[in-house]
Design a protein around this ligand. Structure first.
Ligand code: HEM
Length: 413
């Protein structure tokens, strides 16, 4: 299966020659000079729009296909903004009700991802810039039971871990809606339209909003950084490869085949105590340099770590307690696809930061792939000094659907 970045766009431009020149100037000679150039250009009469500038495509126009074998938003290159909604079903919503709900949700999600308003859109003007909008649905164990279905066996809350301080307000849920795009207004609008669709079927249990770098801030393909400053996401299966397909797509579980297991962990990161750690301490806690993400035994982000290398006095260069050593398994089945977002919420009184990671991973079988890794990190991982899981939820994302079908049809029809 090809990755989701078969994005398409219709060319429309809002750029002027001044912005075009300024872009080049910033790259070439630095911001201060660029401001000078900008001022000079402002003083000059506005030139006519050049053909080159007129054809600069708008990022807002880019769409990701909704229909297909798998749901979008999993193998799609992560967007800048993500909102996660978990809902609880209302009592009395039965299999027929679930089918109605998923038809409505699918229909509106498909429209909005293609830059069209939802069916009863109160602000259709906000639907015109999809900016790679994807909507991905996941089913909790409660929804599957309500539908009269069974499995997968791994669709259950994770076992309790010693490091957990879970809050019900960020845990569990019957239905997950992951909404992501490169434009925050698009995400907010899509969230509201989809929540309105669920009104007679479910209530909102929790919401989490996350972000990565804004679109265009860094080169496409740059690994994201988390709020500790670390390069986060280096070792990850590559969408569009057989390896990715094997790690992510479920081939075994009846209605869930063609989908994937979703783990969402809200992990608080204590930036205030992290501040007290010096650079070597930071590098050692992960086993990688914060500067460029290279392993402590290498120079480049993608260098293979050498776990056997020793310091002159005989200690492993990549410490045994480092996150890299502890999260890496020798068992090729124990691998996951991570697609996290940062969060940065309002601090409590006396706090400077209330920040962390919305850790999101996709894997075909949560019991076999995710849990052994989390168990090892629970036993030992220096990063635990500064991180605390405060939310945890597990869902089964059903397969995708063809045009005219709906997400969840393999369970609900
Ligand atoms: C706030 C919490 C966390 C932070 C800040 C964090 C940060 C990082 C960083 C900086 C790396 C190294 C670069 C990379 O390959 O991405 C990494 C790798 C990794 N992390 Fe985490 N992580 C967190 C939680 C987790 C959790 C909960 C799991 C799974 C249970 C996990 C699994 C992994 C795996 C599998 C790798 C790749 C290891 C390898 O190279 O084979 N991480 N993480």
């Amino acid at each position: 299966m090809a990755p989701r970045d078969r994005s398409s766009r219709s060319d429309r431009s809002g750029s002027t020659r001044r912005q075009f020149l300024l872009g080049g100037a910033v790259a070439g000679v630095g911001a201060v000079t660029a401001i000078g150039i900008d001022t000079a250009l402002r003083a000059a009469p506005e030139p006519a729009r050049s053909t080159a500038a007129a054809s600069v495509p708008l990022n807002g126009d880019v769409t990701v296909p909704f229909h297909g074998e798998h749901q979008a938003g999993i193998d799609t290159a992560a967007q800048a903004h993500g909102t996660f909604l978990a809902l609880d079903l209302l009592p009395g919503v039965d299999r027929d009700g679930l089918r109605r709900m998923m038809r409505i949700l699918t229909d509106d999600a498909a429209r909005m991802t293609q830059g069209q308003p939802a069916l009863a859109d109160s602000e259709p003007e906000l639907a015109v810039a999809p900016a790679r909008l994807t909507v991905t649905f996941g089913f909790g164990a409660g929804l599957v039971a309500r539908a009269g279905g069974t499995g997968p066996a791994w669709l259950a809350p994770l076992p309790a871990f010693g490091i957990d301080q879970l809050q019900p307000g960020y845990s569990d849920g019957d239905l997950l809606i992951q909404i992501a795009a490169d434009d925050p207004l698009t995400v907010a609008h899509a969230s509201r339209m989809l929540l309105k669709d669920t009104r007679s079927f479910a209530t909102l249990r929790w919401t989490q909003q996350g972000f990565r770098r804004a679109h265009g801030s860094v080169k496409p393909g740059t690994t994201m950084r988390n709020l500790f400053g670390q390069v986060d996401g280096t070792t990850n299966p590559e969408p569009g490869t057989a390896d990715f397909d094997a790690v992510v797509w479920n081939t075994a579980d009846g209605w869930a085949a063609g989908g994937t297991g979703v783990v969402i962990r809200r992990i608080a990161m204590d930036l205030d105590t992290w501040d007290r750690l010096d650079r070597p301490g930071r590098d050692q806690s992960v086993g990688r340099y914060q500067s460029n993400g290279a392993p402590l035994t290498g120079t480049d982000e993608f260098d293979e770590p050498d776990f056997d290398a020793k310091t002159p006095i005989g200690f492993p260069v990549i410490p045994e307690f480092s996150h890299l050593r502890r999260s890496r398994s020798d068992n090729p089945h124990e691998r996951i696809f991570r697609r996290a977002f940062n969060y940065d919420d309002t601090p409590a009184a006396g706090q400077i930061a209330n920040a962390g990671l919305i850790f999101v991973s996709f894997q075909a079988d949560i019991d076999r792939q995710f849990i052994p890794i989390q168990r090892r990190l629970d036993e030992l991982d220096l990063l635990n000094e500064w991180t605390t899981p405060i939310g945890s939820a597990v869902f089964a994302a059903p397969p995708g659907c063809a045009e005219g079908g709906f997400i969840g049809e393999t369970l609900l029809t």
